[in-house]
Design a protein around this ligand. Structure first.
Ligand code: SAJ
Length: 445
């Protein structure tokens, strides 16, 4: 089979665009496809529409040297990578319509020996469903679902698993699962990814690879829910949850995550529902974890309400709106949810600060919330609510917070900065052992 020289990436979003950049940087001819004309025009100017470290320089370079070209309609290629969103419907069912639309769009340009790889997080069985659609649209070609190793077009599932903020390094260094619908499909997919992946490639069946991706994010959701449940337990017992977790994590086989005002982003808060939908009678733990995490914003609002003085109007400073620290992404952000819930309480003024953004997100516009910088928000407030532990908030002078009532949902001021120096007696561990243990407790960061 001929070498893959041209790769088309369908969907130039948070995953597709960095994937385009990496393939192009390894010398492949890359065709980026997006239905959004503005994204296509931007990429063709060598610019990016998302924030991701080092991506701008790389895109600029590969567009300038002609290795990446963007289009709004599919073009012929040797391999197609589908990296489109897979959201959930309002009743929490997986919505694979973008995957199927992408398959419909490439069907007319497919030819013998082409490879199609689905990367989008998908419910188990989607790769097969997508392939059946391709087979229906192109009866002149043989696909692996019906023809196995005799197929003309090869198809595989290979999920991305990169962390926003570290996408370029994780794309290269993370191991990858590859679930081909035939052995040849897996081998050709592995050959394609080995053009840039330094991690190991593991071949499995498509359905296992689909479930692996969902499992990773459900695992994290369950573990965050454990930390959030502990936070509630500690509140009942008047104990400091940050200290309890920190000390428990010094056990060599315990690694509890951090409590928070909830789980945001477009992956961890969504993907567990794909498993719940597939096995509703056997996902009690995953469902409970989802419930615990999605109820967190409301419990933060209750904590704030408990501090309100009903006899006078008060101002609440909400610090941080993104879904996690040191990024600008406010989609599915629990911090935004907290502010939205607060805005329904009468007789309070809300002042919000988000150092990575210039304005409030759309969903908070017109709700009477003021947008300003952290110090001026603190200055005019009675209650300060820390919603995201951005590095800028770590630098705030404790003097500025002295007379304020605090709700520290990330333990930044009430634990990480406030730990008593005399509460630790250093042992005789080596430097290496010490730094390993600090990394486990999150202290090193
Ligand atoms: N969070 C906590 N406590 C913690 C860690 C995180 O409350 O101890 C919250 C964050 O504040 C945030 C949410 O969880 O609101 C998700 O943040 P994250 O950093 O855990 O993950 P994402 O959504 O940025 O990226 C995840 C990653 N998955 C895993 O770590 C298993 C990433 O590797 C995936 O590629 C990505 O989802 C994806 O695209 O699926």
């Amino acid at each position: 089979m001929a070498e893959i020289k041209t790769v088309s990436v369908i969907g130039m979003g948070y995953i597709g665009l960095p994937t385009c950049a990496i393939f192009a940087s390894r010398g492949l001819e890359v065709i980026g496809i997006d239905i959004n004309e503005a994204v296509v025009a931007k990429v063709n100017r060598g610019e990016i529409h998302i924030i991701e470290p080092d991506l701008d320089g790389l895109i600029q370079k590969v567009v300038a040297n002609g290795k990446l070209k963007a289009f709004s309609t599919p073009q012929p290629a040797d391999a197609y990578i589908i990296a489109v969103p897979t959201p959930i419907t309002p009743d929490r069912k997986p919505d694979v319509s973008y995957v199927l639309a992408a398959a419909r769009s490439i069907a007319p340009v497919l030819k013998r020996d082409d490879l199609v790889v689905l990367e989008s997080t998908s419910p188990v069985g989607t790769t097969r469903v997508m392939t059946a659609l391709l087979a229906e649209l192109r009866p002149d070609l043989k696909f692996p679902v019906a023809h196995g190793e005799e197929a003309d077009v090869l198809v595989a599932y290979s999920p991305e698993r990169v962390l926003p903020g570290k996408v370029l390094t994780e794309l290269i260094n993370n191991d990858r699962s590859i679930g081909g619908l035939s052995r040849k499909s897996s081998e050709r997919t592995a050959a394609l990814y080995s053009s840039f992946v330094a991690g190991d490639l593991f071949i499995t069946q498509a359905e296992s690879a689909e479930l692996v991706k969902l499992t990773e994010n459900a695992f994290r959701d369950v573990n965050i829910a454990f930390a959030n449940e502990l936070a509630a337990v500690c509140q009942d017992l008047s104990l400091n949850v940050w200290e309890v977790i920190d000390l428990a994590n010094r056990h060599p086989r315990v690694n509890i995550l951090q409590p928070s005002p909830g789980v945001g982003g477009h992956c961890i808060a969504i993907d567990p529902y794909f498993i719940i939908d597939a096995a509703p009678n056997n996902t009690r733990l995953i469902s409970s974890a989802r419930r615990i995490n999605s109820e967190r914003p409301l419990s933060v609002v209750r904590d704030i309400e408990a501090l309100l003085d009903p006899t006078r109007n008060q101002t609440i400073a909400c610090l941080g709106l993104s879904f996690k620290p040191n990024i600008d992404d406010m989609r599915e952000s629990p911090a935004v949810e907290v502010v939205k819930l607060l805005s329904k309480i009468p007789n309070i003024k809300i002042v919000a600060a988000e150092p990575n953004a210039r304005q409030l997100p759309h969903e908070l516009e017109g709700s009477g919330i003021m947008f300003t910088d952290a110090l001026s928000a603190i200055d005019q407030s009675d209650i300060v609510v820390l919603l995201v532990d951005h590095r800028q908030f770590n630098l705030i002078d404790p003097e500025a917070l002295k007379d304020k009532k605090l709700v520290d949902t990330r333990g930044l001021w009430t634990w990480r900065k406030a730990r008593k120096p005399d509460a630790r007696i250093e042992g005789k561990k080596s430097e290496m052992e010490r730094s390993q243990s600090l990394a486990r407790t999150g202290e090193a960061a």
